[in-house]
Design a protein. Structure first.
Length: 243
């Protein structure tokens, strides 16, 4: 499960990480330390022109999209709040994600993401308190979370809404004690194949997605202030003693 994350990169820093065609990407980005469902976030997609040679990688573009995928057939956008994550094991076959998995795959940049650990209930408590952890690369690099995106026509407003979901998998051992699921990531040598809008075999695409190698990520306890989406600042990712 990935329900909150931090993204503070500018278009220029994302270009250094993902080699984006900024000439075709007119996106203003603001740092968000508490990215939550339904908010707009940067995503990297691949596009091909009709005259583009099939052996040339798709052009990478940066756009902002709403977190929570809205299938093209949805009657209203409310379904998106239930589709913020897609299980990688079933995304290629699920009606909500099948079309996007086939042709609209994306990279979702993140500095790190949050998960909540539920320990044992204290005396007098009915439910255990949940401790938030911030999980981020030890080397300070930008995470490329695997995502899917979709277009949905808002007929009342007569405009198109772009939305996305984040693919998840079983958490690797270092992080499994915090939460059983985690986002899937892509390495740079897999970007071109994943972003190519041309159909590819499901097994080939799934082979591009890997959990983070053990030892690559740090998980540090942070303040419960992150629980409130209205809180948004660098203090949210400052490590604290476990509460």
């Amino acid at each position: 499960m990935c329900g909150r994350y931090a993204t503070t990169q500018t278009a220029a820093t994302l270009n250094r990480s993902f080699e984006i065609d900024l000439a075709g990407s007119f996106v203003e980005l603001e740092a968000d330390y508490n990215m939550a469902p339904t908010k707009l976030a940067p995503v990297v997609i691949g596009r091909r022109d009709e005259e583009s040679p099939p052996d040339r990688p798709a052009r990478r573009e940066l756009l902002t999209a709403r977190w929570g995928l809205i299938p093209s057939w949805a009657k209203d956008p409310s379904i998106g709040s239930r589709l913020i994550n897609a299980r990688s094991e079933t995304a290629a076959d699920k009606p909500s994600f099948k079309k996007a998995f086939a042709r609209r795959r994306a990279l979702v940049p993140a500095d790190g993401y949050y998960e909540w650990y539920a320990g044992a209930a204290r005396e007098g408590e009915k439910k255990p308190a949940k401790q938030p952890f911030y999980i981020t690369p030890k080397d300070g690099s930008v995470l490329a979370m695997a995502g899917l995106y979709e277009f949905w026509k808002d007929r009342e407003a007569d405009e198109w809404v772009v939305s996305y979901t984040i693919l998840t998998t079983t958490a690797e051992d270092d992080l499994g004690h915090i939460h059983e699921r985690m986002p899937l990531f892509l390495e740079p040598d897999a970007y071109d194949a994943w972003l190519d809008p041309a159909p590819r075999a499901t097994d080939e695409l799934l082979g591009l997605l890997i959990p983070a190698a053990p030892g690559r990520l740090d998980a540090v306890p942070v303040s419960t202030a992150v629980n409130n989406v209205r809180n948004n600042g660098p203090e949210l990712i400052v490590p604290i003693p476990a509460e």
